[in-house]
Ligand binder design. Structure first.
Ligand code: URA
Ligand code: SF4
Length: 189
């Protein structure tokens, strides 16, 4: 997919996409949403039940945790861009497989090349593993990694924090740290 596409065009493609078998069981595809000029792009794993119903990312209980972390960091959703590794829900929320991740990866690449954010926050092991081949967010959360002229920040998936207040606190502090780093780098430019 080429750079001349707009986010709107990607959204339209995602909505009608049949490039992998997840199209057979989804109710709605879930394109990324947010600010085209965002400094920070957040990448999750895949839509869950609420997202599949509404066609929007992070609108269920994981989304609530993400919203809390954004608010704690002084940001609102419309200042950032939020998307997922795959845009359709795997049944029973299983982890997306390699074929699904590869087929859907074109959309993520197109989103990132249009937005060209200062940093990409990979939330959870699926995002970390798919993009950086990383394992174990619990060891690597809070780290910044440069790869192929892009900068990444590693953190937990917000769903992991739902029944774990300790992780919730760590996640919020990670996001706050990320936002501070970006704000500082803008002041110094
Ligand atoms: N979990 C994700 O990874 N993405 C969503 O959009 C919702 C829950
Ligand atoms: Fe297309 Fe991605 Fe949905 Fe598969 S998951 S059908 S590649 S939009």
């Amino acid at each position: 997919m080429e750079n001349y596409m707009s986010l709107k065009a990607i959204r339209q493609k995602v909505i009608t996409c049949k490039n992998c078998d997840l199209c057979k069981t989804r109710k709605n595809s879930v394109p990324g949403t947010g600010n085209q000029n965002a400094d920070i792009v957040f990448v999750g794993e895949a839509p869950g039940k609420s997202e599949d119903l509404h066609g929007k990312p992070f609108v269920g209980s994981a989304g609530k945790k993400l919203d809390e972390a954004l608010e704690y960091s002084g940001l609102t959703r419309n200042q950032v861009y939020i998307t997922n590794i795959v845009k359709c829900r795997p049944q029973k929320n299983r982890i997306p497989n390699d074929e699904e991740k590869i087929m859907c990866g074109n959309y993520l690449e197109a989103e990132l090349s249009i937005i060209n954010p200062k940093i990409i926050c990979l939330m959870g092991n699926t995002a970390y593993g798919s993009i950086l081949n990383g394992k174990c967010v619990s060891k690597n959360h809070g780290k910044i990694i440069d790869k192929d002229k892009r900068m990444y920040f590693i953190s937990y998936h917000p769903a992991a924090t739902i029944y774990n207040p300790k992780l919730g606190k760590i996640f919020k502090n990670d996001i706050k740290k990320l936002v501070k780093i970006i704000q500082k780098s803008k002041r110094n430019n």
